[in-house]
Design a protein around this ligand. Structure first.
Ligand code: ADP
Length: 388
C-alpha cells in the first residue's frame, strides 16, 4: 500500500468556470490550489487557496506558480507553450504536456498530426495570401472555411467563404495585421456535431466517455445531449478515435475531441482541446466520475474513475441575456430548481455581458425525452440579467 500525502499543490492557469470546477473536485481529494488569472474576482478565486493575479503572458508569474506547486495544469489552451516547455525542462510537472499543447494550440499543426496518424479530418491547407485562397478554391470549391490557426474560440477566428467575393473580406477580417497564420478547410456538410471526452492517466490507463450531441447557436455551445442519436458504428468509430488521440499525444488529463458526423455516417475530427470541455459538463451529474474529477486524478497519478453514463442527460449553457450588461442578477433560479432532476451551476461572474457563459444546467432522467423536457423548462426560467 502506498502513502498519499495530503495537500498536494496543484497550479491551474486560468480561473474561469473550468478552473473552478476542477477545484471543486481537487478539494474532495484534499488538494491545495493556486490559480493564476488576471481577473481578481474570477470564478475560481472564491474557492482557491491562493490566487496569483497576473496576465497569462507574465512569464515571471508562471515561474512563481511552478515553484509553489507539485503539478501544473491549465483550463484553456492559448498559453505560451515555450514558457511551459522551459519549466518542464527544469523538472516541473505540467499536464497535458507542453509538447502536446504546442501542436494542438495551432489548428494547422494539430490537423497535420491527426492526418499523419490516419485520423479522418476535413481537407485543409495553409494559406498565406488572398491569391493562395483563390488557388485553393479551385481544389476545394465553395463554401470553404477560412480559419485562424491560433487563438480562435466560439467560432471567433473562422470565416465562411461562400464565393470569390468573400475571399478578400475574410482575409482582412481574420488577418488585419498580416501576422495571423491562416488555413482553409473544406466545408463539411455535417448533419450532427458530437464530442467525446477522453482521459489519459499517468498509469497508462485511458478512459473514454459516451458520445454527446452538441448543438451550437451562433457558434457557441447551446446544448449537449447524451447519448447522441447516431449509429452504433459511428459511435464506435468516434470512441476509437478519441482513444487513439490520447495515445498519439501521450495525453495525461482530459482531452475533448469534437467531430462532424455526415449523413452517410462518416466521422471527421473537427478539433481537439487538451483540457476539460464545456461539452463535458454533463459528466458532473450524468456520469459515475466527472471530467473534472478524472482530470485531477490523472494529473496526480491516481487511478481513473468509471466514465459510464448513469442516465440519459441533457446540459444547456446559460448565457448573459441580450441587452444586459453590468452587475449580475439571476432570475428564475427557484422555479428552475423546483423541476425534477435539474441541477444548476452558477459560475459566479460578477459582471454579465450578452452571450457570456454565466452558468449551465443539467438534467438526468430515465428517458432522454424527459431529460430534454425538464432541462428546457428550467432553461426558460433562468435569466442572467444586470442590476442596472
Ligand atoms: P472554435 O475553435 O472557435 O470553436 P471551430 O473550428 O470548432 O472553432 O469551428 C466552430 C464551428 O464552425 C464548428 O462547431 C462548426 O459548426 C463550424 N465549422 C468549423 N469548421 C467547419 C468545417 N470544415 N465545415 C463545416 N463547418 C465547420
Amino acid at each position: 500500500m502506498k502513502f498519499y500525502p495530503l495537500n498536494k499543490k496543484i497550479g491551474i492557469i486560468g480561473g474561469g468556470q473550468l478552473g473552478k470546477m476542477m477545484i471543486l473536485e481537487a478539494k474532495k481529494l484534499g488538494c491545495y490550489i493556486i490559480v493564476l488569472d488576471p481577473t481578481k474576482d474570477c470564478p475560481a478565486s472564491s474557492i482557491c487557496d491562493e490566487h496569483i493575479v497576473a496576465s497569462f503572458s507574465d512569464r515571471e508569474a508562471i515561474y512563481s506558480l511552478a515553484k509553489k506547486c507539485d503539478v501544473i495544469t491549465y483550463e484553456f489552451e492559448h498559453i505560451d507553450y515555450n514558457c511551459l516547455m522551459e519549466l518542464e525542462e527544469l523538472g516541473h510537472k505540467i499536464y497535458p504536456s507542453p509538447g502536446s499543447l504546442k501542436i494542438i494550440q495551432n489548428k494547422f499543426t494539430q490537423k497535420t498530426v491527426l492526418k499523419e496518424n490516419n485520423i479522418n479530418v476535413p481537407d485543409f491547407c495553409i494559406v498565406e495570401s488572398i491569391e493562395d485562397i483563390k488557388n485553393v478554391s479551385s481544389k476545394f470549391s465553395y463554401p470553404m472555411v477560412l480559419k485562424s490557426c491560433t487563438g480562435g474560440y466560439d467560432g471567433k477566428g473562422n470565416y465562411i467563404i461562400k464565393c470569390e467575393e468573400d475571399i478578400e473580406k475574410g482575409f482582412n477580417i481574420l488577418n488585419p495585421n498580416l501576422s495571423t497564420p491562416l488555413m482553409i478547410e473544406k466545408f463539411v456538410p455535417f448533419y450532427m456535431e458530437v464530442s467525446v471526452l477522453a482521459c489519459g492517466g499517468l498509469n497508462n490507463d485511458i478512459k473514454v466517455y459516451p458520445v454527446g450531441n452538441n448543438i451550437h447557436i451562433d457558434n457557441i455551445l447551446h446544448k449537449t445531449i447524451v447519448p447522441a442519436n447516431i449509429s452504433e458504428e459511428s459511435k464506435k468509430n468516434a470512441i476509437n478515435i478519441a482513444y487513439n488521440i490520447i495515445n498519439i499525444f501521450n495525453g495525461i488529463g482530459m482531452f475533448c475531441v469534437e467531430f462532424f458526423i455526415t449523413k452517410d455516417g462518416e466521422v471527421l475530427v473537427n478539433e481537439i482541446a487538451p483540457r476539460p470541455h464545456n461539452s463535458g459538463h454533463y459528466t458532473i451529474e450524468g456520469c459515475v466520475t466527472s471530467q473534472f474529477e478524472n482530470h485531477i486524478r490523472a494529473i496526480l497519478g491516481l487511478p481513473l474513475g468509471s466514465t459510464s453514463l448513469l442516465n440519459p442527460t441533457v446540459m444547456i449553457n446559460l448565457l448573459g441575456e441580450d441587452g444586459h450588461k453590468g452587475d449580475t442578477l439571476v432570475e428564475g433560479l427557484v422555479e428552475a430548481l423546483n423541476i425534477d432532476n435539474v441541477f444548476v451551476h452558477i459560475y459566479g461572474k460578477k459582471q454579465t455581458v450578452p452571450k457570456r457563459k454565466m452558468g449551465h444546467l443539467t438534467c438526468c432522467m430515465q428517458s432522454l425525452e424527459q431529460a430534454e423536457n425538464n432541462a428546457t423548462k428550467a432553461y426558460d426560467y433562468i435569466k442572467f440579467i444586470s442590476k442596472n
